[in-house]
Ligand binder design. Structure first.
Ligand code: AMP
Ligand code: TRP
Length: 328
């Protein structure tokens, strides 16, 4: 069975955008592959973090939310990055085989380093840690957002380079980019993506938002003054976004959702239907989350995941260590 691996940084709270574009897709893959999902906590400190406790809380929240959304521990090895020592060990070796020029060309490094003074070295070598995450487990495919594609391509280059130098050590991974599907937009500014890090919380629906907050956000979602519902992403981005949310969450084919709403003249009624679908999606997830977060179930799963991941990772690291000539 081919192996699939992905990670999502706990750098904000999960949104319905993450759910539509990322989580749901992963849940589908988990049946078709030997899948690995991990929380890349070590990546979070590549930019300054004010509060270590907040990182720890988020790791737990992410893990519980993934389980609540339907991650199946039978089909998926679920673990926390920092609990796998071999990933650090391999990173060092890979860093010695990665060129400064390659890392300088990473667009995420360029844009993130511009926003900071005193840029840490970790932000620069971040893609090498990510390469280690991937090739340590002989991952065949890596589903990521488009912004991470360059990093997966670097992981490929590093794997090929290591194989050429030391013999066949690693599987060469391939990125999978989400099919053009639901791109959920910000409710206050429907020209930009709904994101877990937008400053204005009114634009974003989080998976753990209360029903009254969701209602407020949908009621205040930006529309237009045309007085009729129609799908036109350019001229009616607000309305079109709400139709997209409805279709994505209810599993209704896009055209069917468009036909269902087109011509409605009362935005209030339209929004009420969208709201219902959001409630129906989030209710079972939140109920499951509440149950999970009052138990230690997630620890059992993460312990199992850590053990399986460590077994594979430490064996692979041992091969690499020997190949480069370390030890006696
Ligand atoms: P991010 O939250 O930007 O780190 O994105 C994590 C993953 O969630 C991405 O790879 C996307 O697949 C998905 N995602 C995030 N935001 C959205 C959105 N607004 N619409 C659809 N998918 C999204
Ligand atoms: N860098 C990714 C992000 O910011 C998270 C990540 C770390 C990752 N290691 C990975 C994703 C390995 C896929 C594979 O979203």
């Amino acid at each position: 069975m081919k192996r699939l691996l992905s990670g999502l940084q706990p750098s904000g709270e999960l949104t319905i955008g993450n759910y539509c574009g990322g989580i749901r897709q992963f849940l589908q893959y988990q049946k078709e592959y030997d899948s690995f999902l991990f929380v890349p906590d070590m990546h979070t400190i590549t930019v300054p973090q004010a509060n270590p406790e907040l990182i720890r809380e988020r790791i737990r929240r992410f893990a519980n939310l993934y389980l609540a959304c339907g991650l199946d521990p039978q089909n998926c090895t679920f673990y926390i990055q920092s609990e796998i020592p071999a990933v650090n060990q391999l990173t060092w070796i890979l860093e010695c085989h990665t060129y400064m020029g390659e890392l300088s060309r990473m667009t995420q490094y360029k844009s993130k380093s511009e926003k900071q003074t005193n840029v840490g070295c970790g932000l620069f070598t971040y893609p090498v840690l990510m390469a280690a995450d991937i090739i340590l487990y002989d991952s065949n495919v890596v589903p990521v957002g488009i912004d991470q594609k360059q990093h997966v391509e670097l992981a490929r280059d590093i794997a090929v380079r290591m194989n050429n130098r030391y013999g066949d050590l690693f599987v060469v991974p391939e990125p999978i980019i989400a099919k053009v599907g639901a791109k959920i937009k910000d409710l206050q500014d429907p020209t930009k993506k709904m994101s877990k890090s937008n400053e204005d919380p009114m634009g974003t629906i989080f998976l753990l938002d209360s029903e009254s907050d969701i209602k407020k956000k949908i009621n205040r979602a930006v529309t237009d003054n045309d007085g009729y519902v129609a799908f036109d992403e350019e001229k009616k981005p607000g309305i079109s976004n709400l139709i997209t949310i409805y279709a994505a969450l209810s599993g209704t084919p896009m055209q069917e959702a468009i036909d269902h709403f087109t011509g409605m003249t009362r935005y209030g009624d339209f929004k009420k239907e969208v709201l219902e679908v959001i409630y129906e999606t989030l209710r079972p997830i939140q109920a499951e989350y509440q149950k999970l977060s009052q138990s230690d179930y997630v620890d059992t799963i993460l312990d199992q995941g850590r053990d399986r991941a460590n077994e594979i990772a430490s064996k692979k690291y041992d091969l690499v260590r020997k190949a480069v000539g370390f030890g006696r």
